[in-house]
Design a protein around this ligand. Sequence first.
Ligand code: HEC
Length: 235
Amino acid sequence: MSASVNPDSTDLDRLHAAVKREKEDLSPESKPAPLWAIFLLMLVAIVAGDQLGPMTGGWSFNVSNPFALAGGGDPRPGGAGAGGALDPFAVAMKKGAGGYAVCGGCHQGNGNGIPGQFPPLAGSEWVTGGTERLVRVVQHGLTGAITVKGQGFNMPGGMQPFGAAMSAQDLANVLTYIRNSWGNEGTMITQEMVKKVRDEEKRATQWTEADLKPFADKNCAGDIPAGPGAAPAAK
Ligand code: HEC
């Protein structure tokens, strides 16, 4: 076919002519690389890549995994990660500290309350005493005159119930937190304990100090000592 432009030629003819002019045919000697060579190079790359990790001090994709770097357990649900278990007490304390924001407005961040108005949680026998009583106080509320650390309190209206507003787990975390903060030391409170009290007490009114006398030193069944390694896991 001639590359000269014929007045009758179509656009397609002209295009083909241009392509023929500008692109030389491949010479018969220039063949694409043989497939076996390409596969060989891939194999070398894979083997070399595998060697790279050990040879560079254990470089691994895990460097981008913050849980692996932290050296602790994997905090994602269901993940135990390196070294085994998440400490359920530490988890409850962390979550409870967040949940305590609900209480801190009255009982204060330092747990000391406000004299004459809001009773202290720090050093309070209500907090470190019987867990059956403590769960009830926060679940259903408390009203009337009470004595805390030898001081009388009697806020009009008392304390509202928190049971309806908080999940059993959130409540358990906050109670574990107040039992183990500001020098307080107490057992962990689990959501099972809170649920059991909820099942037992279908109470619509706040407690009074007299109502709660029978529970003052009563602990929920299955009390768990607080501290690292305490079981079972907070969900
Ligand atoms: C709006 C203020 C207010 C908030 C918020 C509040 N409380 Fe109270 N709390 C009180 C008052 C007032 C009393 C005393 C009730 C009485 O006089 O009968 C009390 C009593 C208590 C007691 C028993 C007495 C003591 O000091 O140990 C505990 C335990 C307690 N609260 C825990 C909590 C927890 C836990 C929370 C958060 C979930 C909370 N409170 C939120 C006002 C509050």
